[in-house]
Write a protein of this length. Structure first.
Length: 217
């Protein structure tokens, strides 16, 4: 049976988080298709991974038999995260927009799993073509043609990293205007927020089912 790697990074718990609500819908639909499957779950807000250090970074550029004890210990933590990703048949990431970009905890995870010659820029990378679904929630709208389009650094960045660098098969689900119910100045946008939320939940369930069926074929 297939393995799903599910990563959440929102600082808000449960239904208070727009991205978690959508990743939860995806995961439930996935588990309905794969009741005997495996889900590897990481909550980066509750249990952050270590930020990259000089030792862990330099270890990724050197042969293992040349590592110092400090490098070996630091790189072992990175290997754990890399192996989780490599064994996944599909990946699900909740990536809310904070101050125009991804949470620092998610950036730390990415810094750990990007290793030139293994996960990145490697002809024999185990990641190539692995489907990854990113739930990129945001309080406003940064869609093409909107006033804040130039401030969109979530999808642009993740496309460069996940698709272009790691060669993953990337798909976005974008619940937007999530601040509308909480900001009186955005009250007229609540119907658009509700439509976006409904579409995101539906898209998540449909994408999970599609991937489950594809991987089972």
């Amino acid at each position: 049976m297939a393995t799903l790697l599910h990563i959440d990074s929102s600082v808000f718990p449960g239904s208070a988080s727009a991205s978690r609500a959508v990743t939860d819908a995806f995961r439930k639909a996935w588990e309905e298709q794969h009741p005997e499957g495996t889900v590897i779950y990481r909550d980066l807000a509750a249990n952050p991974v270590p930020h990259i250090t000089a030792a862990s970074f330099s270890a990724g550029l050197a042969a293992p038999d040349t590592h110092t004890p400090e490098q070996a210990a630091a790189f072992a933590e990175r290997v754990t995260l890399i192996e989780e990703l490599e064994q996944a048949d599909a990946v699900l990431i909740g990536a809310p927009m904070y101050n125009f970009t991804i949470p620092s905890t998610l950036k730390a995870w990415l810094d750990n799993i990007i290793v030139i010659g293994r996960t990145a820029m490697a002809e024999d990378s185990k990641l190539k073509g692995t489907p990854i679904t990113v739930v990129a929630s945001r309080g406003g709208s940064y869609a093409p043609g909107t006033p804040r389009e130039p401030f969109e650094y979530v999808q642009n960045y993740l496309e460069a990293v996940l698709r272009d660098t790691l060669a993953l098969d990337l798909h976005f689900i974008v619940p937007e205007l999530t601040a509308a119910p909480h900001n009186p100045a955005m009250s007229e946008l609540i119907p658009l927020f509700e439509a976006s939320r409904t579409k995101a939940l539906d898209d998540a369930a449909a994408k999970a089912k599609e991937l489950a069926e594809r991987l089972a074929a």
